[in-house]
Design a protein around this ligand. Structure first.
Ligand code: MN
Length: 201
């Protein structure tokens, strides 16, 4: 089986009015799908082998300039599937429980976390991603350019915001800060983030 486009974890119009069905139609149906078509083409017969594991493809190509095309498309597939799961209808606001305590401990308060996460997303020059990750047991906010992804840096991703223009231009035009603010206030699926934290041990 070659790699396939995973379904969105909600209906295409479920995030409206914050992120429109039109954005998800293009972002999931066109952009995410193109990375899958590209990766299957690049891998050829290997995409159909029983050990075609996406994380393995990412790690085997990370840092190897001769495999940049494979890395970029594989990492973008992983990043997008992760990003869809980082959102839900009626999400956002403050997390609770152990996750909230760890965010307070790492950043001082939820408001400080929010400021730092938003700053990372807004200051990523050009295309890329803002992240909350775990590295050596500590929560950190990072940003990556283009397709780059935390697992290639020994980090475990907890939360991401896609800051490529295709993620927000239909709904927010050039206003990336408003998109990130909306993402944090109305869309973050904190249950998914908490599960990622628990899985990270
Ligand atoms: Mn994207």
């Amino acid at each position: 089986m070659a790699f396939e486009l995973p379904s969105l974890p909600y209906a295409q119009d479920a995030l409206a009015p914050h992120i429109s069905a039109e954005t998800l139609d293009f972002h999931h149906g066109k952009h995410h799908n193109t990375y899958i078509v590209n990766l299957n083409n690049l891998l050829g017969d290997a995409a159909g082998s029983s050990d075609a594991d996406l994380e393995k493809v990412i790690m085997d190509s990370a840092g190897d300039a001769s495999k940049a095309g494979v890395f970029n498309n594989a990492a973008q597939i992983w990043n997008h599937t992760f990003y869809w799961n980082c959102m839900k209808p009626n999400g956002g606001g403050k997390p609770t429980g152990d996750l909230a305590a760890k965010i307070d401990a790492a950043f001082g308060s939820y408001d400080k976390f929010k400021e730092e996460f938003k700053n990372a997303c807004v200051t990523q020059f050009g295309s890329g991603w803002g992240w909350l990750v775990v590295e050596n047991g500590a929560l950190k906010i990072t940003k990556t350019p283009n397709a780059d992804t935390p697992m290639a840096h020994g980090q475990t991703a907890l939360l991401t915001c896609d800051v490529w223009e295709h993620a927000y231009y239909i709904d927010f035009r050039n206003r990336r800060p408003d998109y990130v603010e909306t993402f944090l206030n109305h869309l973050v699926n904190w249950d998914f983030v908490a599960k990622n934290l628990a899985d990270a041990g």
